[in-house]
Design a protein around this ligand. Structure first.
Ligand SMILES: Cc1cc2nc3c(=O)[nH]c(=O)nc-3n(C[C@H](O)[C@H](O)[C@H](O)COP(=O)(O)OP(=O)(O)OC[C@H]3O[C@@H](n4cnc5c(N)ncnc54)[C@H](O)[C@@H]3O)c2cc1C
Ligand code: SF4
Ligand code: SF4
Length: 398
C-alpha cells in the first residue's frame, strides 16, 4: 500500500494545489510525497499526465443478496441536553420523503445521557426512534459518539444515514463512514431516490460551485450524507407523538482520546445570522467599509442580521462569521435583501431558499435578479439611504 510518482511527472504542480493535506511538493521538477499523505487519491485524479499511482486495497462491495439486510432511512439527531439542533428536524422532513419513496421506515437515532425527550421526533415524521443513552454520551465527545453510532448502525443496518453538516456531524460522520468503509457525501444540497435502483442520489456543488454533482454509493452500505442547516425546510408538526421507541443498550467499549477541559459559550452581538428572519446582506457593490455601514443601519432598523458576500469578507469590511454562501453560512430567512451582490453561484448556494429575496444592483443583468422576488435596478449608495430614511419616517425615528 502506498503512493508512487512515476517518470511521467512533468512537475506542473497541479497535484500540489489539490492536495487537501499539503502532503505533496515539487522538488527539482518532480512531485515528491511526504509521510503524512493519507492516500486520499485527490492528486492522482487531478494529474493529467497520470503520473501518480496509488496502491491501496480495494474495498469489497456488499454482496447483492446481503443488501436486503440494510433497510430504512436514519436521521442522526443532534441534541444539546434537551434541545434539538434545527437541522435534525429539517432532515426528518427530507428523510420522510425518501423513506416514503423507498416504502420503508424513517427512524431517528439519538445519542445522549437519556434526558432528551423523543416524542417530538415522531411528530416530525419518524416512525421509530432508536435511543442510546449512556453517561459517557452526555458531553457529546465526538470519538465516543462515533463509536456509539457505529455500534447502532452495525446492529440495526439502516440503508441510509443522514446527519446535519454541523461541526459535530462533520466530525462524527466521516469517522463512522471510514470505519464502515462506505461512502459519505458531505454538504449535500439535494437528496432523492433513483427510481430504478433505489439508490440515494446525493447532490452537491463541485468544481468551486460551478457544477452540481449527483453522487451515488452503489456498492457499500449504508449510504451516508450530511446536509448543511437551512438547505431544507422543517416539516410541519403532524400532531402525532406515536411511534416505536427502541432503547439501545450499548455493549461496546466507549473510550476516547479527548478530555473536555471547559465549555465556552459563543457570544454573538445582535441576531445570529442562521436564526434571523430578516437578513440584509452587502456585496462589493457597496464600494467600501463606509458604504457597508448602510447595510448595517438597514439591518438594525429592520431588527435583522447582517450578511455579506465573500468578496466583502475578503476585503476585510466584515468578519467571516457574516459570510453567506457555499463556504460561509447557509441561511433561510423570511426576507433576504441583497445589496450590491452579483449573485455568483457560490453565494446563491447559501441563500436561495429564502422566502422572499429583494435585490438591489445597478446591473439589470446581474444573476441575483434570477432568484429575486423583487429587484431594484439602481445605485446602492442612492437606494439604501432613501430606503433607510423612508423606513425611519415610517417607524417615527429621527
Ligand atoms: C470555492 C469558492 C467558494 C466561494 N464561496 C463563496 C461564498 O460562500 N459566498 C460568496 O458570497 N461568494 C463565494 N465565492 C465567491 C463568489 O464566486 C463571488 O466571487 C462573490 O460572491 C462575489 O461577491 P460580490 O457579489 O459581492 O462581488 P462582485 O462579483 O464584484 O459583484 C458586485 C456587484 O455589485 C454590483 N454593483 C457595483 N456597484 C454598484 C452600485 N454602486 N450599486 C449597485 N450595485 C453595484 C455589480 O453590478 C455586481 O453585480 C466563492 C468562490 C469560490 C471559487
Ligand atoms: S500533477 Fe502529475 S505531472 Fe503534475 S506535478 Fe503532480 S504528479 Fe507531476
Ligand atoms: S493522495 Fe491525497 S494526501 Fe496523498 S499526496 Fe495525494 S492528494 Fe495529498
Amino acid at each position: 500500500m502506498g503512493i508512487k510518482i512515476t517518470k511521467k511527472c512533468i512537475g506542473c504542480g497541479v497535484c500540489v494545489d489539490v492536495c487537501p493535506y499539503s502532503a505533496i511538493m515539487i522538488i527539482e521538477g518532480m512531485a515528491v510525497v511526504e509521510g503524512h499523505c493519507t492516500l486520499c487519491g485527490a492528486c492522482a485524479e487531478a494529474c493529467l499526465e497520470q503520473a501518480i499511482i496509488i496502491d491501496r486495497p480495494a474495498v469489497k462491495p456488499v454482496a447483492e443478496q446481503d443488501k436486503d439486510q440494510w433497510r430504512g432511512v436514519w436521521v442522526f439527531v443532534e441534541t444539546h441536553g434537551t434541545d434539538t439542533s434545527p437541522v435534525s428536524y429539517e432532515l426528518l422532513g427530507e428523510g420522510r420523503k425518501l423513506a416514503d419513496r423507498l416504502k420503508t421506515d424513517l427512524s431517528a437515532i439519538v445519542l445522549g445521557d437519556g434526558s432528551y425527550k423523543t416524542d417530538d421526533l415522531f411528530a416530525r415524521g419518524a416512525d421509530k426512534v432508536y435511543s442510546a443513552a449512556h453517561p459517557y454520551l452526555a458531553d457529546l465527545d465526538t470519538e465516543i459518539c462515533s463509536l456509539a453510532l457505529l455500534e447502532c448502525i452495525n446492529r440495526y443496518k439502516p440503508e441510509i444515514v443522514l446527519a446535519g453538516a454541523t461541526s459535530f456531524g462533520r466530525t462524527v460522520m466521516p469517522k463512522v463512514a471510514a470505519t464502515l468503509e462506505t461512502g459519505l457525501t458531505a454538504d449535500c444540497t439535494g437528496l432523492d431516490i433513483d427510481k430504478e435502483k433505489g439508490l440515494l442520489l446525493q447532490t452537491r456543488p463541485t468544481f468551486g460551485g460551478n457544477l452540481m454533482a449527483t453522487i451515488v454509493c452503489p456498492d457499500r452500505r449504508p449510504q451516508m450524507a450530511t446536509v448543511r442547516p437551512h438547505v431544507f425546510k422543517q416539516p410541519e408538526i403532524n400532531g402525532s407523538s406515536q411511534g416505536e421507541k427502541i432503547d439501545v443498550q450499548l455493549a461496546g467499549n466507549l473510550t476516547s482520546r479527548i478530555s473536555l477541559l471547559d465549555r465556552v459559550v459563543e457570544l454573538v452581538a445582535g441576531e445570529k445570522l442562521e436564526d434571523a428572519d430578516i437578513i440584509v446582506a452587502g456585496g462589493r457593490g457597496l464600494g467600501s467599509t463606509e458604504g457597508f455601514e448602510h447595510v448595517k443601519e438597514l439591518a438594525r432598523l429592520l431588527k435583522g442580521a447582517v450578511g455579506a458576500s465573500r468578496a466583502v469578507v475578503d476585503e476585510g469590511w466584515v468578519p467571516y462569521s457574516h459570510q453567506v454562501g457555499q463556504t460561509g453560512k447557509t441561511v433561510c430567512p423570511k426576507l433576504y435583501i441583497a445589496c450590491g451582490i452579483s449573485g455568483a453561484i457560490q453565494h446563491l448556494a447559501g441563500m436561495q431558499t429564502s422566502d422572499r429575496i429583494v435585490a438591489i444592483n445597478r446591473d439589470p443583468d446581474a444573476p441575483i435578479f434570477d432568484v429575486a422576488d423583487y429587484g431594484i435596478v439602481g445605485d446602492v449608495k442612492e437606494v439604501l439611504p432613501l430606503l433607510i430614511s423612508s423606513l425611519k419616517k415610517e417607524f417615527g425615528q429621527a
